[in-house]
Structures are given as C-alpha cells and as structure tokens.
Design a protein. Sequence first.
Length: 305
Amino acid sequence: TKKENIVFQLHVDKWINTPKIKGVVEIWLTSEDLGAYGHDINVTLPQLLWKLVEVIPEGARMRLGMTNPPYILEHLEEMAKILNHPRVYKFLHVPVQSASDSVLMDMKREYSQADFRHVVDFLKQRVPEITIATDLICGFPTETEKDFEETMDLVDEYKFPSLFINQYFPRPGTPAAKMPRIPAQQVKKRTKAVSELFQSYTPYDHKLGEVQNVLVTEVSKDRQYYVGHNECYDQVLVPKDEHLLGKLVEVQITETGKHFLKCALTKNVFRPDVPLPLKQGQVSGVSQVQTSNQGGTDTSFSPAS
C-alpha cells in the first residue's frame, strides 16, 4: 500500500544517510533474524538490499547478518544476485542448530535439515566461494546418538569455515525446559567431538597464493597487524601501515591458518569514495542503542531520528 511504501522509504532513507554522514566503508546489517525484515510493512529483504547497494560507494562493502532458512527460501534467486554484487560480502550466517529433523521439530524450528541444505547448496552453486556460517546446539533434551551423528555428518560434509557450537541450556518458560535433560557429561562429550571435527580441517588452504582485494578496517588484538576482509569475509591479516585503514588494498595470500589468512601487499591501494570520518567530538547523526539478546547485551547502531 501507499502507506507501507512510505514507511519502507523512510527506513531506507535512514540507512543510506548513515554512511554519508560517518564516512563508513563497511556496513553491517544486524537483527535477530534479518530475513524477517519487511514482513510488517509488506516489503521484502531483497527490496531493502537493492536500495542499499545502489547508494553504497564503490570500494565500500556491506555484510549481511543472521537469517533463518524459512525467511530466505522464497528469495534465494534474488539473494544470490545480491551476494554476487561487488559491494556485498559473499557471506551469510544461516543457523541449522541440528541436522536431525526430529530434533528440529522438538525445537519448534520452522524448517527441516533439507531446507537448510537447499539454501546452502543453492547459494554455493550461484555464489562462487561464498562463506556460510552456521550454529549448532549440542545436547538438546531429545537428541539421541543417531541425531548427533547426523549433525556430525553435516559438519563433515560441508566443512563450514565458521561454526558456532553451543551446549544446550534450558530457557525458562519454554517447553524444552520441562524435558528431562541429557547428562552433562554426555553433552560435554558431544560438544568436544564436534569441536574436534571442526578443528580437524583447514578451510583456506586452497587460497594460498591468490591475489585478493581486502578492505582494511581494524587493528588485530595483538596490535601486530591490521585486519581486513576479502570478498568472502575471510579474515586477512595485513602488514601494519596506518595509511591502509579504511582502504581497499590488493594483496597476495602468503599463509593460511584455521581462522585467518596472511598476506603481502601489492602496489594497488584504493580509497573508497566516501567522505572522510568525522573528527573526535563531532556529532555524526548516528545513535548507539542497547538491545537485549537472550539475556545478554548487544550493541548496535541506528540512524538518529
């Protein structure tokens, strides 16, 4: 409707004005479930994303946040096109939690393991080198050894480069909280097994020697390197040079690790076509908001009204 389109355009206007104000070169879209965007105003996530990529400057990049399988199944064609856009990271976080349909049903998930596989397989086929991150829960009350082995098989098959492994913990007020729990030692054993499987493979070996474009955005925790990300959102450790922050640089990969790549610089450095960042103390028009996330605190940014 006309009213819904106005609301949608207001949302977009707030988003697109933020990088212009701040001189931002990397944008993260975050939410509890990004794929659910627009259901309340009769628009879709792809509509929002196409609006954003129109105005993101050349050399800047956008990272999409977590989305559950049900919300993107109907938009896979458009999502693949968007993830292939040069100003969007080829990265998506799609939680599976378990590869057992019976466990997913008991968790009240609105998807099957086949739905998850379809999302991953489709995107891997249409978006070369895409990084798929996912989540697992070990020790859900109804998880049997067979269920757990199905999850292990899934990890072994896809060898996810980014995997978040969690032990089940009952949430008060949920049906699962009233179920008999699996013994803690058994849960720890399963968690250890899938963690060891995850640590057993190195996902970046085939990238050794590649020449890549990397957007440099931060300093490493040990302060020995700058940290950037290539088009697949792989973490790349870059030789420390203060002139590289906020810039897109061409590098050659010289070393690969479990969670990172190291590189040597080539001669090409490109500054994204964005305004310079504001000086300390200047008002940006972007307000910091705190939102509760499953009992914790999550810091995100939203345009000031």
